[in-house]
Design a protein around this ligand. Structure first.
Ligand SMILES: C[S@@+](CC[C@H](N)C(=O)[O-])C[C@H]1O[C@@H](n2cnc3c(N)ncnc32)[C@H](O)[C@@H]1O
Length: 280
């Protein structure tokens, strides 16, 4: 994983999605000046922005001019703009479950004090089952592209949780690790958490993912690039064994330790267990 997945180079080809900060708001809603959240690259944006928003998630914006040191972007008809206010205690407990399957991870999280606002999966059959068990709405989408950004953008979710694909690491899978295209669900989820300005990213996978060098590399790179911290969650969130789930959770978070819900243990416990990205 490198920084370009989170803060891609400006290009006039296609559209871009970015987390950014409003530097100069144009009250006439003509051209605003913004900078990208990660690399701080300045750009101009033509179009109507929400008044008073300081951090924005831009989805599907187009670069129309590259010639100056501040490229000009334009909101296209299909572009979406979501204000991303700072985190608070309530929003940290609001979670969107990605790669949700039938929703076991979220089920465990609700028992730890979270509220699952929404479930998303690439497989609608899984979501159909999830809807029969839980009340949260669902959306079909792929974590490896922008299709779920509007869900994460629109909801006041300070956390995301994801049962990333386990076939690249599991005994029943192909064990090709980063060589299996399904492993891209891991950087895909981390990217969605970053662009959604989420304070906590909870990852669930089989034990073997925890000792996989490729997984370790991706999570450590994410930590180094973004400043998120990767303590190991000592199993508090593991889904109920009677659901037959073998996956274990791992937590990636920004510096928001005061918001840990009681069911997740204290931050001190988490840091004393900090050992990179080992799954609990
Ligand atoms: C290991 S399972 C998660 C199990 C889940 N915790 C449950 O309770 O069912 C992985 C899930 O990720 C979904 N998935 C795989 N690739 C995906 C992608 N690119 N985008 C979104 N979901 C994906 C699969 O359909 C599957 O439901």
């Amino acid at each position: 994983m490198d920084a370009t997945i989170l803060d891609p180079p400006f290009t006039t080809k296609g559209t871009m999605s970015l987390l950014c900060e409003v530097m100069i708001f144009d009250p006439n809603q003509g051209v605003h000046h913004l900078r990208t959240a990660l690399k701080g690259r300045m750009f101009r944006l033509e179009g109507v922005l929400p008044v008073d928003a300081t951090v924005l998630l831009l989805v599907g914006v187009k670069v129309v001019e590259m010639s100056s040191d501040r490229p000009l972007m334009k909101l296209a008809q299909e572009s979406q703009v979501f204000p991303k206010p700072s985190l608070n205690q309530q929003s940290m407990l609001n979670v969107v479950e990605l790669c949700s399957g039938i929703g076991c991870l979220g089920f465990g999280l609700e028992h730890a004090g979270f509220t699952v606002l929404h479930r998303c999966d690439i497989n609608d059959r899984m979501l159909e089952i999830a809807r029969n068990i839980h009340s949260a709405p669902t959306t079909v989408g792929d974590v490896c592209n922008d299709s779920l950004l509007p869900v994460i953008g629109a909801l006041n979710c300070g956390s995301i949780a994801a049962g990333v694909a386990c076939q690249p690491y599991s005994r029943l899978g192909d064990r090709k690790h980063g060589g299996d295209p399904r492993s891209l669900t891991l950087p895909g989820v981390l990217r969605l958490g970053f662009l959604g300005r989420c304070g906590i990213i909870i990852l669930e996978c089989v034990d073997a993912a925890g000792s996989c060098a490729w997984v370790q590399g991706v999570v450590k790179a994410f930590e180094a690039i973004t400043g998120y911290q990767v303590p190991c969650c000592p199993g508090h969130l593991a889904p109920s064994p009677d659901l037959g789930c073998q996956e274990k959770p791992m937590v990636v978070h920004t510096d928001a330790s005061e918001y840990w819900p009681s069911g997740m243990g204290t931050d001190a416990q988490m840091h004393s267990n900090a050992n990179g990205c080992q799954f609990a």
